[in-house]
Unconditional design. Structure first.
Length: 223
């Protein structure tokens, strides 16, 4: 499907044009599946596809469509500060000149962070979002899109419990929120999709074919 098709789903032109500048002119299989599974109908989605397969773009399409329709804030949750900085830089560039403002907060200060109310797209660590909820931050109710990156970390002994409680609270607190969960590796995708009340998007397509082999004595033997 031609990327211009996104216009009929009210994805803003500036997003489409910036993807074109990256020589992206066609939607890939996972993105097509996401659309068919209700990406633009406010359905929750669990996207389980390989690294580099366009998962972030799926989340971006949902975020920008709702922002263009003036439907609340978007929160992009990540497990680590390094990933938060990476996503912030990517979105800062994407939204440059669009009129939408991007902010990052990684949990160094445990507070309500009222200043975040002035921004449209918030890149937050899980710990920061947990802090905001515990402080009953007033603007939380204006969040309509939540992206949960690396959701397989639910199984992590340290981060998993906080993330599970956080998602549970968000589902109860934000009745009209759209959850977009992303991961390259999930052992029980069907079970997780059920828990999230989400449509499952699975695909094995990747932009570069993956070859497996064994390295021994300076030589690689591929399967």
């Amino acid at each position: 499907m031609d990327i211009n098709t996104l216009k009929k789903y009210k994805v803003p032109d500036f997003v489409i044009e910036k993807f074109k500048k990256q020589n992206i002119t066609e939607l890939n299989p996972a993105q097509l599946k996401a659309i068919k599974q209700g990406l633009f109908n406010n359905n929750n989605l669990l996207v389980c596809t390989p690294t580099g397969s366009g998962k972030t773009a799926i989340a971006t399409f949902a975020i920008t469509k709702r922002l263009a329709e003036h439907k609340g804030k978007a929160v992009y949750l990540v497990p680590m500060k390094a990933l938060a900085n990476e996503k912030f830089n990517d979105y800062k560039e994407l939204f440059k000149g669009s009129g939408f403002e991007v902010a990052i907060s990684t949990g160094d200060i445990d507070s309500k962070s009222e200043w975040l109310d002035n921004y449209d797209i918030l890149i937050l660590t899980v710990e920061k979002m947990d802090s905001l909820l515990r402080h009953h931050t007033p603007w939380i109710n204006s969040v309509t899109t939540v992206v949960i990156d690396e959701i397989h970390l639910l199984n992590d002994p340290k981060r998993g419990p906080t993330l599970e409680i956080l998602i549970t609270i968000l589902k109860q607190l934000l009745k009209n929120v759209q959850l977009i969960a992303l991961s390259a590796t999930i052992g029980n995708p069907e079970e997780l999709a059920t828990w999230l009340n989400a449509e499952l998007v699975e695909d094995n397509w990747r932009p570069v074919k993956l070859h497996k082999g064994i390295y021994l004595n300076g030589e690689v033997e591929f399967d």
